[in-house]
Design a protein around this ligand. Structure first.
Ligand code: MCA
Ligand code: AMP
Length: 505
């Protein structure tokens, strides 16, 4: 039967091994899954969601633990033409409420433990049905799908149709839903599969979370396009990774993964003997980590750079020199470096990276003005990352024009935390900055001015206040109480001073 490859799932299926009984997923905490089972289970879930009233273009919000069933749910959404909307498992009710109101999904899938809370939020947001999926892949989604047929005719969408919406926080504090089309994801997956020389027999060791671009798209898509087996770890744990590495050939991680692996003496050349490729990204990889890694293992980490709105943008070469502190060369997209005003800077100068290509998203969900503000008139998207092209032609990310802290690969926008802390009783104002952290690369630190109405208010009170309502990675690792925030003559808070102060503490 002819299968259109404008549906991302159809493309994957066309690349699965012809012997469908080969293993698609295995791992120390899961039962093995064959490709045949992935195909039939995703058909069942696609049927169920369709029967529940979800139509092509409808959103399906998903906040569940990392299981193969959750991956299958993603595939089922693609098959049914539904728009997959993954949510970080660390998000708390107030954060979820915003996403549900903004995206108005038709269906939501959550962990049974949060069902009562989610039901209330879902009802207010007009979600038709809430299903559950737990950390063992059980729940009403799996139970009810069991009764559905095991074949499903994959929706024949256009490449322009949405495959997923991924929320990224913004400098204004309000999260924006990046709309990614089937074509966006297909083009990027093919670029990476090609650039990183995926080959027959490759086995991916997967330890990333599956609610962000890195673990969901970069890692899974390369393996699916290659028809490869995935050793599926339900969370990152250095010991387990080291145990499983001898069976794998490819591993992808955020810099924190590599820092933690290197901290374990069991991480040796021998443990990596079967490996072909280690890639890193989501945050800058320190040169010392890069060097320590090659000294310890003989492997040179391949660093690449990307963002939610565009998938992967540049990569160090597979063949050729992988340089520390660089993100290599552009993938299949056009890039240029420009000033804030949009003038192209001279070669070697620092500016903001702008990009254009098939991987670049369609815009922010229901935010045409914000979308317009982040694109140039000629269609280039302004990444907000400060970049420099060296005389060696390698690109280097040298900073960010956006106020953003990246901890362990998760983005934290200071504005969101500041707005939240400012609402705390007894607080006058706050400023949030990043500080170097040995494990997470950067850590969130808050400077807080009290208003005197709550004598005895401590730094720990502020930490507890944030911890109760916001995702754990957004909680400041340290809070300093100040009499006032440093400001310039214009009244603007001097974050540079605060960063220096945080670094000196
Ligand atoms: C956990 N904590 C964190 C983080 N993770 N704090 C700051 N930043 C974090 N990333 C908190 C926990 O709540 C806990 O606090 C304390 O730190 C220690 O937790 P621990 O058990 O050590 O953490 P973990 O469960 O081991 O998680 C660390 C992790 C995880 C495995 C590095 O953060 C992770 O999987 N990061 C990967 C993120 C990722 O996939 N990013 C890709 C985004 P307490 O004890 O107080 O509760 S996609 C992207 O950026 C673009 C497109 C790209 O280029 O890829
Ligand atoms: P996200 O919004 O989660 O997609 O995060 C994307 C951001 O992560 C980019 O805009 C960069 O600031 C940062 N990033 C990703 N990869 C790298 C890298 N290799 N080096 C430096 N920063 C990176």
């Amino acid at each position: 039967m002819y299968m259109s490859n404008t549906n991302l799932y159809s493309l994957f299926e066309s690349r699965f091994p012809s012997d469908r009984h080969q293993t698609a997923f295995e791992g120390p905490d899961i039962q093995p899954w064959s490709f045949a089972e992935i195909i039939s289970k995703s058909a069942q879930m696609a049927h169920l969601m369709t029967e529940l009233g979800a139509k092509p273009g409808d959103r399906v919000a998903v906040q569940v633990g990392k299981t193969v069933e959750a991956v299958i749910l993603y595939l089922a959404c693609l098959r049914a033409g539904l728009v997959y909307l993954p949510l970080n498992t660390a998000y708390k009710a107030a954060e979820i409420e915003y996403f549900l109101r903004d995206a108005s999904p038709t269906l939501m899938v959550c962990d049974p433990a949060s069902l009562d809370e989610i039901r209330v939020l879902a009802r207010t947001a007009g979600v038709k049905e809430v299903l559950t999926l737990d950390g063992d892949g059980k729940g009403s989604l799996s139970d009810r799908a069991e009764a559905s047929p095991t074949t499903f005719e994959t929706y024949n969408n256009t490449g322009e149709d949405l495959a997923a919406i991924l929320y990224t926080s913004g400098t204004t504090g309000r999260s924006k839903g990046a709309m990614l089309t089937h074509d966006n994801l297909i083009s990027n997956a093919k670029s990476l599969h090609n650039a990183w020389h995926f080959e027959a027999g490759d086995v991916l060791l997967h330890a990333l979370p599956i609610f962000h671009v890195h673990g969901l798209f970069v890692a899974l898509h390369c393996a699916f396009l290659n028809g490869s087996k995935i050793i599926f770890l339900t969370k990152f744990d250095a010991k387990t990774v080291i145990e499983q590495l001898p069976k794998a050939t490819v591993f992808m991680g955020v810099p924190t993964f590599y820092v933690r692996l290197l901290a374990d003496p069991a991480f040796t050349t021998e443990a990596c003997h079967n490996m072909r490729l280690f890639t890193a990204g989501s945050a800058p990889l320190l040169e010392e980590t890069f060097n320590a890694f090659s000294e310890r293992t003989g492997h040179v980490i391949l660093e690449r750079y990307g963002m939610t709105e565009a998938g992967m943008i540049t990569t160090n070469p597979y063949e050729g020199l992988r340089k520390a502190g660089t993100v290599g060369f552009p993938l299949d997209n056009d890039v240029r470096i420009a000033s804030e005003g949009g003038e192209i800077v001279a070669d070697g100068e620092i500016g903001i990276l702008e990009i254009k290509g098939p991987n670049v998203f369609k815009g922010y969900w229901k935010m045409p003005e914000k979308t317009a503000a982040e694109f140039r008139a000629d269609g280039y998207f302004i990444t907000g990352d400060m970049c420099q092209k060296g005389s060696d032609d390698y690109y280097r990310i040298v900073g960010r024009s956006k106020d953003l802290v990246i901890c362990g690969g998760y983005n934290v926008y200071p504005k969101e935390i500041e707005s939240f802390i400012d609402e705390m009783p007894g607080i006058e104002e706050s400023a949030v900055v990043g500080r170097a952290h040995p494990d997470f690369g950067e850590a969130v630190v808050a400077f807080v001015v009290t208003d005197g109405t709550m004598p005895g208010l401590t730094a720990d009170d502020v930490i507890l206040y944030v911890k109760e309502k916001l995702a754990n990675f957004k909680v400041p690792k340290q809070v300093y109480l100040l009499d006032q925030l440093p400001r310039n003559a214009m009244g603007k808070v001097q974050k540079k001073d605060l960063r220096e102060r945080a670094a000196a503490e």
